[in-house]
Design a protein around this ligand. Structure first.
Ligand code: SAM
Length: 208
């Protein structure tokens, strides 16, 4: 039900998404790219990849990177597919974060950017990521952080006015979800973007 609402919202937004959120996307995804330290040999899954901007960034650095993107919005994916059409090793699939259409132990790196606050079942999404990551792989998630005042206000406002929005988390709550999914948090920080936005990023791995 919530996913249907999110899908419709992003299908409607797709044609203006890159332009409207240009500087936010550029800042957060270039930060993520630096943070993630993805090797050229890694096979990468991007959960809730949107219009494929992270894929575009990765391919700028390494045109042979193997990347798979999933999203629930076909219209967002259509833009991603168009952007990456020159790269046969990059593919996109319509799928929910909670039901990833891949075999277990498939990916070296999983990223998810700016999307965790839409997941109606974040634990199910994390458990799916855990299933499809390779035993020595890493999962990196970046999203809004409710420890920042602006995000706290945004969280309250969007819960009232945006039916697609679920919730954002404090860093403690986020790490609680990660450990509930049996991930080990290896490296994590909170970071401010611009005057208002406060995000958190965590790199996690499978527990021993
Ligand atoms: C704010 S956009 C972020 C897109 C991209 N990661 C970026 O940083 O530009 C959020 C994306 O999450 C997708 N999304 C939301 N909930 C999802 C879910 N449960 N499964 C897969 N994708 C989802 C939306 O369709 C949308 O494309």
């Amino acid at each position: 039900m919530i996913e249907t609402t999110v899908r419709k919202q992003y299908d409607n937004l797709a044609s203006v998404y890159d332009q409207r959120w240009k500087s936010y996307i550029a800042n957060t995804l270039s930060f993520l790219q630096t943070w993630a330290q993805i090797s050229p040999l890694d096979t990468v899954l991007d959960v809730a990849c949107g219009t494929g901007e992270f894929e575009r960034l990765l391919l700028t650095d390494n045109s042979t990177q193997n990347i798979v993107g999933v999203d629930i919005s076909d219209k967002m994916l259509a833009i991603a597919k168009q952007k990456c059409s020159a790269y046969p090793q990059v593919s996109f699939h319509t799928a929910s974060a909670s039901a990833l259409p891949f075999d277990s132990n498939t990916f070296d790196v999983i990223v998810s950017a700016n999307s965790f606050h839409y997941f109606d079942n974040p634990l199910a999404a994390l458990i799916e990521m855990k299933r499809v990551i390779k035993p020595n792989g890493k999962v990196i998630i970046i999203d809004w952080c409710k420890d920042y005042f602006f995000c706290k206000i945004l969280d309250i406002t969007l819960k009232i006015f945006d039916p697609a929005y679920q919730q954002c988390y404090t860093q403690n709550e986020f790490h609680g979800l990660l450990t509930s999914a049996n991930f080990t948090v290896c490296h994590a920080i909170k970071v401010r973007f611009g005057v208002f936005w406060g995000l958190m990023v965590a790199t996690v791995s499978l527990q021993d």
